[in-house]
Design a protein around this ligand. Structure first.
Ligand SMILES: [Mg+2]
Length: 253
């Protein structure tokens, strides 16, 4: 995602940087962590997924919607259930479900977030279960392309032909090996408690973001935060990351 001429070194899963790199690696979730996707995009994505399932599996829309939700809960991504049980082409499904012609109209630039990420020392990688084209469009619309060192989308979470999206611990361990970074140098920033729990089990530090999205979502996360021993820190807005980063460096060295 670096712009041409940028002085910062690009770090992608294929180009992980030197093994001696001791900078903090920020693994930043995208949807409902850096922007509100529940309000602006999820209705359109869910509608497109339901239409796709109804069309491809010849189901009534109500049954297609129920199947979408069931696979989401069971596998963490509707895609996995469709691939595993119905032989759906994952790339076709992802393309069709994320067309979102209104995306650039409803996702607005967030200048405070851009400023915060600029001040956040370390490598900033977007780790999202969403497809690459969608993630890049959101990142551009929010206005943080220059602040992101690399995007790790769901297409990059394939190992031996199998999709292993978050919260897969196997995926996280393979990713850290690919990045050549110790788990203790990585921080996962997320709105998903399940993803943070998996990260903690792999030795990563964890930050729960509770202040993005509708009130019901925020209340749910704040309730979960109080119970999750796998959550190192909790913040309302991702804008607070630079300040939290300074406190963390005191704690973790
Ligand atoms: Mg999320």
């Amino acid at each position: 995602m670096r712009q041409r001429g940028s002085s910062r070194r690009e770090a992608t899963p294929a180009n992980p940087g030197p093994a001696t790199d001791r900078r903090t690696v920020w693994l930043l979730d995208l949807d409902n962590t850096l922007h509100d996707s529940i309000t602006h995009l999820m209705p359109g994505i869910n509608r497109a997924m339901t239409e796709y399932i109804a069309r491809e599996l010849d189901l009534h829309p109500d049954r297609a919607s129920a199947l979408r939700v069931r696979y989401w809960h069971r596998y963490g991504a509707t895609l996995l259930g469709l691939v595993r049980h119905h032989g759906i082409d994952p790339h076709h499904f992802l393309d069709e479900a994320h067309r979102l012609p209104d995306l650039e109209r409803v996702v607005r630039p967030d200048f405070a977030l851009r400023h915060a990420l600029t001040r956040l020392a370390g490598r900033r990688l977007i780790l999202t279960n969403a497809p690459r084209i969608y993630a890049n469009r959101v990142i551009r619309a929010v206005g943080i392309s220059r602040q992101v060192d690399a995007v790790i989308p769901i297409e990059a979470m394939q190992f031996a032909g199998r999709f292993l999206p978050k919260p897969s611990r196997a995926m996280l361990r393979k990713l850290l090996a690919r990045l050549r970074v110790a788990p203790s140098r990585c921080v996962l920033v997320e709105d998903s408690p399940a993803n943070l729990k998996a990260a903690r089990a792999c030795g990563l530090r964890t930050i729960l973001v509770t202040g993005i999205g509708p009130i019901a979502h925020r209340d749910h996360l704040r309730h979960r935060a109080g119970r999750g021993r796998y959550i190192d820190h909790q913040i309302g807005q991702p804008h607070r990351l630079p300040r939290l980063s300074r406190i963390m460096s005191v704690h973790y060295g």
